[in-house]
Design a protein around this ligand. Structure first.
Ligand SMILES: C[S@@+](CC[C@H](N)C(=O)[O-])C[C@H]1O[C@@H](n2cnc3c(N)ncnc32)[C@H](O)[C@@H]1O
Length: 339
């Protein structure tokens, strides 16, 4: 997504500097002056996110700064030709930290790759190598290539998330789902069963101000960051963090909305998720990692079976694919009204 705000030149500098302060400018794309928007000379300001109070549109023909030259291109004269094909073309930036997967074939080039990435992104201070995610707590396995302090502040959709990238996952691929959730919950009681550091709870609290969000997280470290993020985002009145196993501590019969933002074994907690919904009815957002050939059929079947056991009726409202999880497997979410 290459979003821009188009603004008359006379107001542009003020907005540009405000966005810069809030780190919402997309510094990889060039700012452009144009005069074809029926309002004289305008500035196209590239932004990283939707900005409250301004209309953002997709930019036609974005121009990038030179540092956007590919990593492979930059390494051409430093590593042998037969290794170049292994150089990654993508990585994740979380706060001031670059997270990159490096194939075994070029393991020995880790430091060089990290150094080159820091030249490309001067605002970053640390590079870590990713080896995947493991266990019930969905903990990342990561090694530091350059830098030392791996705790950082990720700014997204006008929310702040503090985390240590070597201990806590943060999936950029779930951004659109985090934004979607931020639109729900106004005046509701919400239960976020796998809250992590507040991936869904914080945006919902910031943008929709529910009456209450009960955010349940089992990993003590994620819970600790959740508590810090509640403070950082000034949503202590809305979010009640609970450090516990949602199999045991999920409240019953109180929720207008339940989020089950987990993968792998989410279905094992469906009874608790459905039970949390008040008898007058409410919405359940059920996540699952589903093989391609069973997309939406398996999660819907599982929800139906669990609801029937509890004597609850359901109505499937929406089904979304969030992202490709692994080869042949999709991370999906099903929105279901439980009555
Ligand atoms: C990492 S989040 C997933 C967040 C979101 N779907 C995303 O990818 O952005 C899932 C969280 O559920 C927590 N968790 C796993 N089992 C749990 C349980 N039984 N009760 C409460 N939390 C649990 C994990 O520790 C983890 O922090």
């Amino acid at each position: 997504m290459n979003r821009i705000i188009v603004i008359p030149l006379e107001n542009a500098e003020y907005l540009r500097s405000e966005l810069n302060k809030k780190e919402l400018l997309d510094k990889e794309r060039k700012i452009r002056i144009i005069d074809n928007y029926n309002c004289g000379k305008c500035m196209e300001i590239p932004v990283l996110d939707d900005i409250t109070g301004y209309r953002t549109i997709e930019q036609a023909d974005p121009k990038y700064y030179q540092r956007y030259r590919s990593l492979r291109d930059r390494l051409k004269n430093s590593i042998p030709d037969h290794e170049l094909c292994y150089v990654p073309s993508g990585w994740q930036i979380i706060g001031e930290i670059i997270v990159i997967s490096i194939p075994e074939e070029i393991s020995s080039r880790g430091y060089l790759i990290a150094k080159t990435l820091l030249e490309m992104y001067p605002r970053c201070r640390c590079v870590v190598r990713d080896h995947g995610i493991t266990g019930q707590f969905r903990e990342p396995m990561r090694e530091i290539l350059i830098g030392s302090d791996t705790e950082t502040l990720q700014k997204e959709h006008e929310c702040l998330f503090k985390l240590d990238v070597t201990k806590i996952m943060y999936s950029k691929g779930n951004l659109s789902e985090r934004k979607r959730m931020s639109k729900y919950g106004k005046d509701e009681i919400v239960v976020d069963m796998f809250a992590g550091i507040g991936y869904f709870s914080i945006p919902m609290a910031v943008h929709s101000t529910p009456r209450k969000i009960i955010s349940i997280e089992l990993n003590p470290l994620s819970h600790q960051y959740l508590c810090e993020n509640i403070e950082l985002n000034h949503v202590g009145e809305v979010i009640e963090p609970v450090n516990g196993d949602c199999a045991c501590v999920t409240p019953k019969g109180i929720a207008d909305r339940v989020i089950m933002g987990y993968v792998g074994t989410t279905h094992e907690y469906l009874a608790q998720g459905i039970d949390a919904i008040r008898k007058e009815g409410g919405m359940l957002h059920y996540h699952e990692t589903t093989p391609e050939e069973r997309v939406f059929v398996r999660p819907i079947e599982r929800i139906r079976t669990a609801a029937a056991k509890l004597g609850r009726e359901i109505e499937i409202k929406e089904c979304h694919r969030i992202k490709k999880y692994s080869p042949g497997v999709w991370h999906v979410v099903v929105d279901v009204l439980v009555k």
